[in-house]
Design a protein. Structure first.
Length: 512
């Protein structure tokens, strides 16, 4: 470990040593919509887990804001239950007492001036009572239509002003960020009127997953892969996010969004950018963003979208031995809905490194299993000194990064079968996080909330990335507008058109 000498001659830890725990200074987290599902299932458990791991400062406050006639005791009951049911780490009473002592709650609606005045005064009081030094992150765990009124309230009260607060003030925005390019720009303009660009953190929880971040380590910390990470050796790339569940209680949101806006626009295009980006000059936030943005701006769509942009909608079928309804039979879904629950598209990246390499992206609900992965498929050898019968089970080499579940990396290659004959078959070597490291991977929200409090924006897309992603999705949505999605049975890997898309290129989808 690197050490430097302190003023009194004592060795001090070098702050550049990233192996050390990163603990933010005293601060508050204000959650708007604290009684919602996201807060109960993800945010509160993540904050408990951070406290359990010793990664929150002694001067920390969790302040909830919601339209409930509650006092802090009611909020504590909700928060305790959320931590018990959904936290990743073991629930401990001593840790909970420490968390509970930091809880505050303010009831009120978003258009209630008095409630926001009370919130402003409470944060000022905490400057002294909890030593938060004016530092606060505001988490908008609310529907996007509510953003304007909440942001205006923060602007009115001065809560978003770093100078008036005497510390840093940051805002955390959940997806979806708009429903097309124009609406995204309107929201960007609204947020930028209230907060500085460096104080806006747009969360894409997929970027908080260890295996997503491991893509950078895999490529740039090893000399093994980077020399072949280009069109000379790579045949194609498949990025898949499959879900075995339906829409649950999200019909109101999902039917107005669909699979492309819900997943392609953010999760999968971000995974594509990390897979295809050039090596950054450093691993700080701005350098990584620059390289990701170059990729997003270089994306091209094929001329024949009828062949290479497929949308589907699940029909009734069998999944895990249970009969499940069609999308149109889900609660609150219009019977004439044309919303897609499956989307697949072929994209190109017009750079020297990737020219000619197709990137196939797909996402869908009610598929056979839940899995997210990035599969880099390499070209086959130009000449095999074996008889065709010797290699009948030999496919292309593949490097597969599994984002969820069973986080890890698989390398697939050909090997000789033991015996007197020369027979070659595919084998796999697996790296699993759970087997190689004693510490389990933190939940994505743990990492992302901690990064917000530290001011580390590496994993948070900025305006330009959002714009570039919407330019791709808007063209797809314009092409699909008014068309009927192709039906596929629940429990299948999507509509026939998706299979035909790859077959027309002489390829097949990987079966996870």
């Amino acid at each position: 470990m690197t050490v430097i000498s302190g003023s009194a001659g004592n060795p001090l830890r070098d702050p550049r040593d990233r192996r050390l725990p990163r603990v933010p200074g005293p601060c508050a987290v204000v959650v708007f919509g604290v009684t919602g599902d996201l807060s109960r299932k993800k945010l509160i458990p993540a904050i408990y887990d951070l406290s359990n791991r010793g990664l929150l400062p002694p001067g920390f406050v969790l302040l909830g804001f919601a339209r409930r006639d509650w006092d802090v005791g009611d909020f504590e009951s909700l928060a305790r239950k959320a931590a018990q049911e959904h936290s990743r780490t073991e629930f401990r009473d001593d840790v909970w007492r420490r968390v509970a002592s930091s809880l505050k709650f303010i009831p009120g609606s978003f258009d209630d001036d008095a409630a926001f005045d009370q919130l402003h005064d409470e944060l000022n009081d905490m400057f002294h009572s909890h030593g938060i030094k004016g530092n606060a992150a505001f988490y908008l765990s609310i529907p996007p239509p509510a953003f304007p009124v909440v942001l205006k309230q923060m602007q009115r009260t001065g809560m978003a002003d770093n100078e008036r607060a005497g510390g840093w003030r940051r805002v955390v925005v959940e997806k979806p960020f708009g429903h097309d390019l124009n609406s995204a720009r309107e929201l960007n303009g609204l947020v930028d009127d209230v907060f500085g660009a460096e104080d806006v953190f747009r969360i894409d929880h997929y970027l908080g997953k260890e295996t997503v971040q491991n893509m950078l380590a895999l490529r740039f910390a090893n000399t093994l892969f980077e020399p072949i990470w280009n069109s000379h050796y790579v045949d194609s790339v498949q990025i898949t996010m499959a879900e075995d569940v339906g829409i649950g209680s999200r019909a109101g949101f999902y039917d107005s969004a669909g699979a492309a806006r819900d997943v392609l626009q953010n999760h999968l295009l971000q995974l594509l950018a990390l897979t295809a980006m050039e090596e950054p000059v450093s691993f700080d936030a701005e350098a990584i963003r620059i390289e990701k943005l170059k990729v997003l701006n270089a994306i091209s769509l094929p001329d024949d979208l009828a062949r290479y942009a497929i949308r589907g909608q699940y029909d009734q079928g069998w999944l895990a031995g249970e009969r499940v309804p069609s999308y149109l039979d889900e609660e609150d879904v219009p019977k004439d809905s044309k919303t897609e629950t499956y989307a697949a598209v072929r994209l190109g990246i017009e750079t020297r490194r990737w020219a000619g390499v197709p990137f196939y992206l797909r996402t869908g609900k009610r598929l056979p299993r839940r899995v997210t992965e990035i599969a880099v498929v390499f070209k086959t050898a130009p000449h095999l000194p074996f008889d065709a019968t010797d290699t009948v089970e030999l496919g292309a080499n593949q490097l597969v990064v599994r984002v969820q579940p069973d986080e890890g990396v698989t390398l697939r290659f050909g090997s000789k079968v033991p015996g007197s004959a020369m027979e070659v078959r595919d084998v796999s070597m697996d790296f699993l996080y759970g087997e190689s490291f004693t510490e389990s991977s933190p939940e994505a929200y743990e990492r992302l909330i901690l990064d917000v409090l530290l001011g580390d924006a590496t994993l948070f897309p900025r305006n330009e990335e959002v714009d570039a992603s919407w330019r791709v999705i808007d063209r797809l949505e314009e092409f699909w507008e008014g068309s009927e999605p192709e039906k596929y049975r629940a429990g299948e890997w999507g509509p026939r058109g998706a299979e035909e898309m790859l077959a027309s290129d002489g390829r097949v989808w990987r079966r996870p």
